[in-house]
Design a protein around this ligand. Structure first.
Ligand code: CP3
Length: 346
Protein backbone atom coordinates (compact mmCIF):
# COMPACT_ATOMS: atom_id res chain seq x y z
CA UNK A 1 0.00 0.00 0.00
CA UNK A 2 1.11 3.55 -0.69
CA UNK A 3 1.47 4.85 2.87
CA UNK A 4 -0.28 8.13 1.92
CA UNK A 5 -3.46 6.01 1.91
CA UNK A 6 -2.80 4.29 5.25
CA UNK A 7 -5.14 4.87 8.18
CA UNK A 8 -2.53 6.72 10.22
CA UNK A 9 -1.36 9.10 7.51
CA UNK A 10 -4.93 9.93 6.51
CA UNK A 11 -5.81 10.65 10.15
CA UNK A 12 -2.68 12.81 10.54
CA UNK A 13 -3.91 14.78 7.51
CA UNK A 14 -7.44 14.91 8.96
CA UNK A 15 -8.91 13.01 6.04
CA UNK A 16 -11.83 10.66 6.70
CA UNK A 17 -10.97 7.20 8.07
CA UNK A 18 -13.05 4.04 8.64
CA UNK A 19 -11.80 3.89 12.22
CA UNK A 20 -9.34 5.48 14.64
CA UNK A 21 -5.73 4.40 14.07
CA UNK A 22 -3.70 3.29 17.09
CA UNK A 23 -0.04 3.00 18.04
CA UNK A 24 1.77 3.42 21.37
CA UNK A 25 4.74 5.48 22.44
CA UNK A 26 7.52 3.09 23.50
CA UNK A 27 5.64 0.20 21.93
CA UNK A 28 8.98 -1.51 21.19
CA UNK A 29 10.42 -2.12 24.64
CA UNK A 30 10.90 -4.11 27.80
CA UNK A 31 7.29 -5.26 28.32
CA UNK A 32 7.63 -7.44 25.18
CA UNK A 33 9.14 -10.94 25.48
CA UNK A 34 10.88 -10.82 22.08
CA UNK A 35 12.53 -7.52 23.01
CA UNK A 36 13.75 -8.91 26.34
CA UNK A 37 15.23 -11.93 24.62
CA UNK A 38 17.19 -9.92 22.05
CA UNK A 39 18.23 -7.33 24.65
CA UNK A 40 19.49 -9.99 27.11
CA UNK A 41 22.47 -10.64 24.85
CA UNK A 42 23.15 -7.10 23.72
CA UNK A 43 23.94 -3.68 25.11
CA UNK A 44 21.20 -1.10 24.41
CA UNK A 45 23.27 1.09 22.07
CA UNK A 46 24.64 -1.94 20.25
CA UNK A 47 21.05 -2.96 19.57
CA UNK A 48 20.28 0.55 18.24
CA UNK A 49 23.27 0.23 15.89
CA UNK A 50 22.33 -3.21 14.55
CA UNK A 51 19.73 -2.60 11.78
CA UNK A 52 18.85 -6.28 11.46
CA UNK A 53 17.97 -6.71 15.15
CA UNK A 54 16.69 -3.15 15.68
CA UNK A 55 14.21 -3.64 12.81
CA UNK A 56 13.16 -6.98 14.31
CA UNK A 57 12.43 -5.24 17.62
CA UNK A 58 10.63 -2.45 15.73
CA UNK A 59 8.11 -4.83 14.11
CA UNK A 60 7.38 -7.00 17.17
CA UNK A 61 4.45 -4.71 18.20
CA UNK A 62 2.94 -5.15 14.73
CA UNK A 63 2.94 -8.92 15.14
CA UNK A 64 1.92 -9.04 18.82
CA UNK A 65 -0.50 -6.10 19.01
CA UNK A 66 -1.65 -5.45 15.43
CA UNK A 67 -0.99 -1.70 15.71
CA UNK A 68 -1.45 0.70 12.78
CA UNK A 69 2.13 2.01 12.69
CA UNK A 70 5.61 1.08 13.82
CA UNK A 71 8.09 3.53 15.33
CA UNK A 72 11.72 2.72 14.67
CA UNK A 73 13.67 1.30 17.57
CA UNK A 74 16.33 3.81 18.58
CA UNK A 75 16.70 6.47 21.26
CA UNK A 76 16.50 10.26 21.38
CA UNK A 77 20.08 10.37 22.70
CA UNK A 78 21.65 8.85 19.55
CA UNK A 79 22.33 12.28 17.91
CA UNK A 80 24.07 13.54 21.09
CA UNK A 81 26.68 10.83 20.67
CA UNK A 82 27.13 11.90 17.04
CA UNK A 83 27.69 15.50 18.22
CA UNK A 84 30.66 14.29 20.26
CA UNK A 85 29.25 13.28 23.65
CA UNK A 86 29.84 9.95 25.41
CA UNK A 87 26.42 8.32 25.89
CA UNK A 88 25.87 5.18 27.99
CA UNK A 89 22.71 3.35 29.01
CA UNK A 90 22.99 2.06 32.58
CA UNK A 91 20.38 0.18 34.61
CA UNK A 92 18.90 3.41 35.93
CA UNK A 93 18.71 5.13 32.55
CA UNK A 94 20.97 7.10 30.23
CA UNK A 95 24.27 8.70 31.39
CA UNK A 96 26.83 11.00 29.77
CA UNK A 97 30.46 10.12 30.35
CA UNK A 98 31.42 13.80 30.05
CA UNK A 99 28.43 16.07 30.81
CA UNK A 100 28.79 19.58 29.39
CA UNK A 101 30.00 22.15 31.88
CA UNK A 102 31.19 25.40 30.34
CA UNK A 103 30.91 27.18 27.01
CA UNK A 104 34.08 25.41 25.77
CA UNK A 105 32.38 22.03 25.81
CA UNK A 106 29.42 23.44 23.90
CA UNK A 107 31.71 25.05 21.33
CA UNK A 108 33.50 21.73 20.78
CA UNK A 109 30.28 19.93 19.83
CA UNK A 110 29.87 19.40 16.11
CA UNK A 111 26.79 19.46 13.89
CA UNK A 112 27.25 16.03 12.36
CA UNK A 113 26.30 14.81 8.92
CA UNK A 114 23.37 12.50 9.79
CA UNK A 115 24.13 9.85 7.20
CA UNK A 116 27.86 9.66 7.95
CA UNK A 117 27.48 9.62 11.73
CA UNK A 118 24.08 7.98 12.30
CA UNK A 119 23.54 6.11 9.04
CA UNK A 120 22.56 3.03 11.07
CA UNK A 121 19.27 4.78 11.95
CA UNK A 122 18.51 5.23 8.24
CA UNK A 123 19.40 1.55 7.76
CA UNK A 124 16.89 0.63 10.50
CA UNK A 125 14.20 2.57 8.59
CA UNK A 126 15.00 0.72 5.34
CA UNK A 127 15.23 -2.68 7.07
CA UNK A 128 11.89 -2.00 8.81
CA UNK A 129 10.20 -1.15 5.50
CA UNK A 130 11.47 -4.44 4.09
CA UNK A 131 9.88 -6.28 7.04
CA UNK A 132 6.50 -4.49 7.11
CA UNK A 133 6.22 -4.70 3.33
CA UNK A 134 3.77 -1.83 2.95
CA UNK A 135 1.35 -3.00 5.67
CA UNK A 136 1.74 0.04 7.94
CA UNK A 137 3.66 3.33 7.94
CA UNK A 138 7.10 3.57 9.56
CA UNK A 139 7.55 6.47 11.98
CA UNK A 140 10.83 8.27 12.57
CA UNK A 141 11.51 10.43 15.61
CA UNK A 142 13.93 12.68 17.45
CA UNK A 143 14.21 14.42 20.80
CA UNK A 144 13.60 18.17 20.97
CA UNK A 145 16.51 20.49 21.89
CA UNK A 146 15.38 21.30 25.45
CA UNK A 147 14.99 17.60 26.36
CA UNK A 148 18.32 16.70 24.77
CA UNK A 149 20.01 19.63 26.52
CA UNK A 150 18.63 18.33 29.84
CA UNK A 151 20.47 15.03 29.35
CA UNK A 152 23.62 16.61 27.88
CA UNK A 153 24.03 18.98 30.85
CA UNK A 154 22.92 16.69 33.69
CA UNK A 155 25.01 13.64 32.94
CA UNK A 156 23.14 11.12 35.07
CA UNK A 157 19.45 10.10 35.23
CA UNK A 158 17.43 12.83 36.91
CA UNK A 159 13.86 13.94 37.64
CA UNK A 160 14.73 17.60 38.05
CA UNK A 161 17.49 18.32 35.50
CA UNK A 162 18.83 21.01 37.80
CA UNK A 163 21.89 21.79 35.65
CA UNK A 164 19.81 22.76 32.61
CA UNK A 165 17.21 24.56 34.75
CA UNK A 166 19.90 26.67 36.34
CA UNK A 167 21.53 27.52 33.01
CA UNK A 168 18.24 29.04 31.75
CA UNK A 169 18.83 31.94 34.14
CA UNK A 170 22.57 31.78 34.86
CA UNK A 171 24.01 31.61 31.34
CA UNK A 172 21.19 31.77 28.81
CA UNK A 173 23.46 32.70 25.91
CA UNK A 174 25.52 29.52 26.38
CA UNK A 175 22.29 27.55 26.56
CA UNK A 176 21.06 29.18 23.34
CA UNK A 177 24.29 28.19 21.60
CA UNK A 178 23.78 24.58 22.72
CA UNK A 179 20.12 24.62 21.69
CA UNK A 180 20.97 26.02 18.24
CA UNK A 181 23.53 23.31 17.64
CA UNK A 182 21.12 20.60 18.76
CA UNK A 183 18.27 22.06 16.69
CA UNK A 184 20.39 22.09 13.52
CA UNK A 185 21.60 18.54 14.23
CA UNK A 186 18.06 17.28 14.81
CA UNK A 187 16.65 19.02 11.71
CA UNK A 188 19.25 17.36 9.45
CA UNK A 189 18.76 14.05 11.29
CA UNK A 190 14.97 14.08 10.75
CA UNK A 191 15.32 15.11 7.09
CA UNK A 192 17.67 12.15 6.60
CA UNK A 193 15.04 9.86 8.19
CA UNK A 194 12.43 11.17 5.75
CA UNK A 195 14.87 10.65 2.89
CA UNK A 196 15.38 7.05 4.09
CA UNK A 197 11.63 6.43 4.04
CA UNK A 198 10.06 7.58 7.34
CA UNK A 199 6.35 8.15 6.58
CA UNK A 200 5.82 10.59 9.47
CA UNK A 201 8.00 11.92 12.25
CA UNK A 202 7.45 12.68 15.93
CA UNK A 203 9.40 15.27 17.91
CA UNK A 204 9.60 14.42 21.65
CA UNK A 205 10.01 17.26 24.15
CA UNK A 206 9.55 15.06 27.20
CA UNK A 207 10.82 17.64 29.68
CA UNK A 208 9.40 20.83 28.10
CA UNK A 209 6.71 21.11 30.80
CA UNK A 210 9.16 21.61 33.64
CA UNK A 211 10.10 25.12 32.49
CA UNK A 212 8.63 28.37 33.78
CA UNK A 213 6.13 29.86 31.30
CA UNK A 214 8.53 32.39 29.78
CA UNK A 215 11.39 29.92 29.62
CA UNK A 216 9.00 27.44 28.01
CA UNK A 217 8.48 29.77 25.05
CA UNK A 218 12.14 30.73 24.83
CA UNK A 219 13.75 27.30 25.21
CA UNK A 220 11.18 24.59 24.52
CA UNK A 221 8.75 26.01 21.98
CA UNK A 222 11.14 28.23 20.03
CA UNK A 223 13.46 25.34 19.24
CA UNK A 224 10.63 22.94 18.40
CA UNK A 225 9.51 25.65 16.00
CA UNK A 226 12.94 25.89 14.42
CA UNK A 227 12.96 22.15 13.71
CA UNK A 228 9.34 21.91 12.53
CA UNK A 229 9.93 24.89 10.24
CA UNK A 230 13.02 23.17 8.85
CA UNK A 231 10.87 20.15 8.01
CA UNK A 232 8.19 22.21 6.28
CA UNK A 233 7.66 20.87 2.79
CA UNK A 234 9.51 17.60 3.49
CA UNK A 235 6.37 15.73 2.45
CA UNK A 236 5.53 13.82 5.64
CA UNK A 237 3.29 14.76 8.60
CA UNK A 238 4.95 16.16 11.73
CA UNK A 239 3.73 15.18 15.22
CA UNK A 240 4.72 17.39 18.15
CA UNK A 241 4.74 15.91 21.67
CA UNK A 242 5.55 18.26 24.52
CA UNK A 243 4.99 16.60 27.88
CA UNK A 244 3.61 18.81 30.63
CA UNK A 245 2.33 21.44 28.20
CA UNK A 246 -1.33 21.53 29.30
CA UNK A 247 -1.06 25.17 30.36
CA UNK A 248 0.67 26.16 27.10
CA UNK A 249 -1.90 24.92 24.60
CA UNK A 250 -2.70 28.40 23.22
CA UNK A 251 0.98 29.12 22.56
CA UNK A 252 1.37 25.75 20.84
CA UNK A 253 -1.81 26.33 18.82
CA UNK A 254 -0.54 29.61 17.36
CA UNK A 255 2.65 27.89 16.27
CA UNK A 256 0.63 25.02 14.77
CA UNK A 257 -1.39 27.58 12.78
CA UNK A 258 1.64 29.48 11.59
CA UNK A 259 3.65 26.46 10.49
CA UNK A 260 0.78 24.19 9.48
CA UNK A 261 1.97 21.45 11.86
CA UNK A 262 -0.09 18.35 11.13
CA UNK A 263 -0.52 16.84 14.62
CA UNK A 264 -0.10 17.41 18.35
CA UNK A 265 0.31 14.53 20.79
CA UNK A 266 -1.34 15.14 24.18
CA UNK A 267 0.00 13.92 27.50
CA UNK A 268 -2.38 12.37 30.03
CA UNK A 269 -2.51 15.51 32.17
CA UNK A 270 -4.30 17.37 29.35
CA UNK A 271 -8.11 17.23 29.27
CA UNK A 272 -9.01 16.00 25.80
CA UNK A 273 -12.16 18.20 25.67
CA UNK A 274 -10.03 21.24 26.42
CA UNK A 275 -7.50 20.29 23.74
CA UNK A 276 -10.32 19.83 21.24
CA UNK A 277 -11.65 23.32 21.97
CA UNK A 278 -8.26 24.84 21.30
CA UNK A 279 -6.94 22.65 18.48
CA UNK A 280 -10.18 21.21 17.05
CA UNK A 281 -10.05 22.61 13.54
CA UNK A 282 -6.30 23.18 13.39
CA UNK A 283 -4.57 19.81 13.48
CA UNK A 284 -4.86 16.12 14.24
CA UNK A 285 -4.69 15.10 17.90
CA UNK A 286 -2.96 12.06 19.30
CA UNK A 287 -3.40 10.51 22.73
CA UNK A 288 -3.95 10.38 25.57
CA UNK A 289 -4.74 7.34 27.75
CA UNK A 290 -2.57 7.36 30.89
CA UNK A 291 0.09 4.62 30.53
CA UNK A 292 -0.86 3.47 34.06
CA UNK A 293 -4.41 2.72 32.85
CA UNK A 294 -2.96 -0.33 31.08
CA UNK A 295 -2.77 -1.97 34.53
CA UNK A 296 -6.57 -1.74 35.03
CA UNK A 297 -8.75 -4.87 34.87
CA UNK A 298 -9.45 -5.47 31.18
CA UNK A 299 -13.19 -4.60 31.30
CA UNK A 300 -12.45 -1.33 33.01
CA UNK A 301 -9.63 -0.63 30.55
CA UNK A 302 -11.93 -1.29 27.59
CA UNK A 303 -14.51 1.15 28.90
CA UNK A 304 -11.83 3.82 29.38
CA UNK A 305 -10.79 3.29 25.77
CA UNK A 306 -14.42 3.76 24.65
CA UNK A 307 -14.79 6.92 26.74
CA UNK A 308 -11.73 8.41 25.08
CA UNK A 309 -12.90 7.43 21.59
CA UNK A 310 -16.27 9.05 22.37
CA UNK A 311 -14.65 12.40 23.13
CA UNK A 312 -13.10 12.44 19.67
CA UNK A 313 -16.09 11.05 17.74
CA UNK A 314 -16.65 14.19 15.68
CA UNK A 315 -12.97 15.00 15.24
CA UNK A 316 -11.69 13.54 11.97
CA UNK A 317 -8.01 13.50 12.96
CA UNK A 318 -7.75 11.43 16.14
CA UNK A 319 -4.92 8.93 16.60
CA UNK A 320 -5.26 6.71 19.66
CA UNK A 321 -2.10 6.62 21.79
CA UNK A 322 -0.98 6.97 25.39
CA UNK A 323 -0.13 10.22 27.17
CA UNK A 324 3.43 8.94 27.53
CA UNK A 325 5.42 5.74 26.94
CA UNK A 326 4.35 2.19 27.87
CA UNK A 327 5.79 1.22 31.26
CA UNK A 328 8.17 -1.77 31.38
CA UNK A 329 5.94 -4.04 33.55
CA UNK A 330 2.75 -3.49 31.48
CA UNK A 331 0.83 -6.74 30.71
CA UNK A 332 1.02 -7.37 26.95
CA UNK A 333 -2.53 -8.79 26.88
CA UNK A 334 -3.92 -5.49 28.22
CA UNK A 335 -2.22 -3.53 25.46
CA UNK A 336 -3.63 -6.01 22.97
CA UNK A 337 -7.11 -5.54 24.50
CA UNK A 338 -6.90 -1.80 23.79
CA UNK A 339 -6.16 -2.45 20.11
CA UNK A 340 -8.96 -5.05 19.91
CA UNK A 341 -11.45 -2.64 21.46
CA UNK A 342 -10.56 0.11 18.97
CA UNK A 343 -10.81 -2.29 16.03
CA UNK A 344 -14.13 -3.71 17.31
CA UNK A 345 -15.67 -0.27 17.78
CA UNK A 346 -15.25 0.83 14.21
O1 CP3 B 1 8.69 4.20 21.19
C1 CP3 B 1 9.35 3.23 20.78
O2 CP3 B 1 8.98 2.06 20.92
C2 CP3 B 1 10.63 3.48 19.99
C3 CP3 B 1 11.84 3.54 20.72
C4 CP3 B 1 12.13 4.63 21.73
C5 CP3 B 1 13.00 4.42 22.84
N1 CP3 B 1 13.21 5.62 23.47
C6 CP3 B 1 13.58 3.12 23.21
C7 CP3 B 1 14.14 2.93 24.56
C8 CP3 B 1 11.77 5.98 21.75
C9 CP3 B 1 10.82 6.74 20.83
C10 CP3 B 1 12.47 6.58 22.84
C11 CP3 B 1 12.39 8.01 23.16
C12 CP3 B 1 12.98 8.50 24.41
N2 CP3 B 1 14.14 8.11 25.02
C13 CP3 B 1 12.47 9.59 25.13
C14 CP3 B 1 11.26 10.41 24.73
C15 CP3 B 1 10.00 9.78 25.11
C16 CP3 B 1 9.76 9.71 26.57
O3 CP3 B 1 9.68 8.58 27.08
O4 CP3 B 1 9.65 10.76 27.21
C17 CP3 B 1 13.31 9.80 26.24
C18 CP3 B 1 13.14 10.86 27.32
C19 CP3 B 1 14.37 8.86 26.15
C20 CP3 B 1 15.55 8.74 27.06
C21 CP3 B 1 15.61 7.41 27.69
N3 CP3 B 1 15.95 6.25 27.01
C22 CP3 B 1 15.40 7.06 29.05
C23 CP3 B 1 15.00 8.06 30.13
C24 CP3 B 1 15.61 5.69 29.18
C25 CP3 B 1 15.62 4.86 30.44
C26 CP3 B 1 14.31 4.74 31.09
C27 CP3 B 1 13.35 3.85 30.33
O5 CP3 B 1 12.20 4.25 30.13
O6 CP3 B 1 13.73 2.73 29.99
C28 CP3 B 1 15.91 5.18 27.87
C29 CP3 B 1 16.18 3.79 27.49
C30 CP3 B 1 15.29 3.20 26.45
N4 CP3 B 1 14.93 3.79 25.28
C31 CP3 B 1 14.74 1.89 26.51
C32 CP3 B 1 14.01 1.72 25.33
C33 CP3 B 1 13.27 0.49 24.89
C34 CP3 B 1 14.95 0.85 27.61
C35 CP3 B 1 16.32 0.29 27.43
C36 CP3 B 1 16.48 -1.09 28.01
O7 CP3 B 1 16.84 -1.16 29.21
O8 CP3 B 1 16.29 -2.05 27.30
Amino acid sequence: MNQQDSLLIRALRRQPTERTPVWFMRQAGRYLPGYQKIRSGLDFLELCKNPELASEVTVEPLEVLDVDAVIIFSDILVPLEAMGMGVEFGDRGPCMSDPLTGRDGIERLCIPDPVESTGFVMDVIRATHARVDGKVPVLGFAGAPWTLACYALEGSPSRTFAAAQRMVYESPSDLHLLMEKIADTVTAYLLAQVEAGANAIQLFDSWGGMLGHQAFEEFSLAYCRRILEGLDGCGVPRILFIRGAASHLHAIASMVDELGVEAVSLDEMTRPQHALEIFGHRCALQGNLPPQALFAPVDDLRSRVCDLLDVFTDHPGHIFNLGHGILPTTPVENVRAVVDEIRARS
